[in-house]
Design a protein around this ligand. Structure first.
Ligand SMILES: [Fe+2]
Length: 190
């Protein structure tokens, strides 16, 4: 693995480095910390966020774009936008993930599942952690059942890079209602 050029780090370079770091450390806290450092470097690169978004031409909804995938499809780097108007639904990703804020501030809520997951239509969730993340802040989560969260921009939209152990759009995502316990499934588009 080469030392990245801090002025011209690319999504492809990041994914290559992250793949090597995870092969060395595994999907562990140490591996996530090492990858998080590289993600923080990538987040500082200019031009990550499309100009039309910065100009405010787009609406208030959450959006997400896959920037780069690993060669074997086992990992994916996403750029996501979380509006301030409303939180995302509480959702999972069927994967571990590492996120770094690029721009704005993000209210990040991590939820824990208290039931054993035997009933796909029901889940007993409790709020486990609330964090306010700013540019350069990194948060990591392990794979199921630890991949449940919700997010919201604070004051303005928050932009994040999120690196997943698999393309999160490859299988339906679960959406949770923490009050009623209901779980719904839908194809992930963002
Ligand atoms: Fe998410």
């Amino acid at each position: 693995m080469t030392t990245p050029d801090p002025t011209s780090y690319t999504p492809a370079g990041f994914v290559a480095d992250a793949t090597a770091l995870l092969a060395e450390h595994g999907a562990t806290d140490a591996g996530f910390a090492a990858v998080g450092e590289r993600l923080r470097l990538l987040a500082r690169q200019p031009g990550l966020i499309p100009e039309e978004h910065l100009a405010g031409l787009h609406g208030t909804g959450a959006s997400a774009t896959i920037l780069h995938e690993g060669t074997d499809g086992t990992c994916a780097l996403m750029l996501a936008r979380f509006p301030a108007e409303a939180p995302t639904p509480v959702h999972n990703h069927n994967s571990w993930g590492i996120a770094c804020v690029v721009r704005g501030r993000d209210r990040y809520l991590r939820w824990e599942r208290l039931d054993d997951g035997a009933d796909p239509a029901r889940a007993d969730l409790r709020l486990a952690e609330e964090r306010e993340l700013g540019p350069g802040d990194v948060v990591a989560f392990h794979g199921p059942p630890h991949d449940i969260h919700s997010q919201q921009g604070i004051g303005e939209a928050a932009w994040e890079l999120v690196f997943f152990g698999r393309n999160p759009n490859a299988q339906p995502r679960a959406y949770f209602d923490p009050i009623t316990g209901a779980v719904a499934y839908a194809d992930a588009t963002g």
